[in-house]
Design a protein around this ligand. Structure first.
Ligand code: FAD
Length: 331
């Protein structure tokens, strides 16, 4: 573990590694090459299977630091942070990156504050400079500039990155690494947090995992018209996203919001309807593989990122698309 200067925080649910962990390993691969160091994936849980942990090694971890106890099965900030701080003291990593999930967003600031170091949240780009320091880039001032931050003189250098803002590392079968199991009971696992029940929001889950997403903007004009877009979503098998304007007006709920202050998505297909393409909105969807945009304004910014642009009234275009899909044609 001594040369594992770069750590990622892997996440699991019910013992299964979450995809976001592989996205972090994708980033770690490039960074570790530049830093000339090994990568450790830190993961919390209870009785994690070897085969599941091996998946982290297959995707680039040289070490898996599995901290386990029944109390660590689900995220608990108090217990997780004590373990994490203990491991930082022992192994002295230089860089720790986590996903900006609710776990990463809660644990990382607490650990950074207690370890007396800095943290840059919601980075979009990470790099290593000539001194081996982490360059942490994120949108600032309402998304109008990109700021690059260096943690001067404090260790570890810590950052969170938005889920779905990079591609997961591909597995390399038979890759060799070491699983280091740590008994969580070596740490104080007491907590004031009591877990009562877990209620998953299905729509929220769908949006970030979906291969196809339709994003609706203010051009839809009123809440009742969203049923037209839902019909298109059903026929396409797509999840429904929205701009902040649509959410602010109460036409759809916040879990649908895509963008700087909402979710980042990278589906195979993103259909953008009545969306102007403001920089803060594009920040959440511009990594989609294929973008189709429908807007009546030929000058709309959304057309700058679109692979296919349709200039016209959405209330004329969308019913035609719906009719074609009903006829068994594809987009
Ligand atoms: C700090 C900060 C964070 C932000 N975070 C986010 C974020 O996370 N997500 C986000 O979306 N925004 C965010 N915003 C807001 C963002 O700047 C824009 O205001 C917002 O994205 C605009 O939403 P819109 O495209 O729905 O509306 P508009 O900009 O009003 O665009 C509506 C579009 O619909 C088109 N249109 C109108 N009628 C029709 C029709 N009949 N047929 C076809 N097209 C039509 C118009 O030509 C227009 O281009 C943020 C802003 C700030 C300052």
């Amino acid at each position: 573990m001594n040369n594992a200067k770069l750590w990622i925080l892997a996440e699991q649910f019910e013992g299964e590694i979450l995809k976001v962990s592989y996205e972090l390993l994708g980033r770690a691969k490039d960074l570790s090459k530049k830093k000339n160091c090994q990568v450790a994936a830190v993961i919390f849980g209870a009785n994690l299977g070897d085969a599941e942990l091996q998946k982290l090694i297959d995707r680039g971890a040289d070490f898996v630091l599995a901290i386990e106890a029944p109390e660590l099965k689900h995220f608990d900030n108090e217990a997780y942070s004590r373990c994490m701080l203990g491991m930082i003291d022992k192994y002295e990593p230089e860089i720790i990156i986590a996903a900006a999930t609710s776990t990463g967003r809660t644990l990382m600031p607490y650990v950074a504050m207690t370890a007396h170091t800095g943290l840059t949240a919601d980075c979009t780009v990470l790099d290593i400079d000539e001194e081996g320091k982490l360059l942490q880039t994120r949108p600032a001032i309402g998304g109008n500039i990109m700021a690059t931050i260096r943690t001067q003189g404090f260790m570890p250098q810590m950052a969170t990155v938005r889920p779905h803002s990079s591609k997961p590392a591909a597995p390399v079968e038979g890759r060799v690494g070491e699983i280091v199991r740590v008994d969580g009971n070596d740490f104080d696992l007491s907590s004031n947090i009591k877990r009562k029940e877990l209620v998953l929001s299905s729509e929220e889950l769908q949006l970030q995992e979906a291969d196809k997403v339709v994003i609706v903007g203010r051009g839809i004009k009123r809440a009742e018209n969203i049923k037209l877009i839902r019909e298109l979503c059903d026929l396409l098998g797509a999840a429904l996203g929205a701009t902040r304007d649509v959410v602010d007006r109460g036409w759809l709920s916040y879990p649908h919001q895509v963008g700087l202050s909402g979710k980042t998505i990278n589906p195979k297909l993103c259909v953008s309807i009545g969306v102007s393409g403001a920089i803060q909105q594009l920040a959440g969807m511009q990594t989609a593989e294929n973008i189709i945009a429908i807007n009546k304004d030929p000058e709309a910014q959304i057309f700058k990122v679109a692979d296919i642009g349709m200039v016209g009234d959405l209330f004329e275009i969308v019913p035609v698309l719906i009719a074609k899909l009903k006829n068994g044609e594809s987009l």
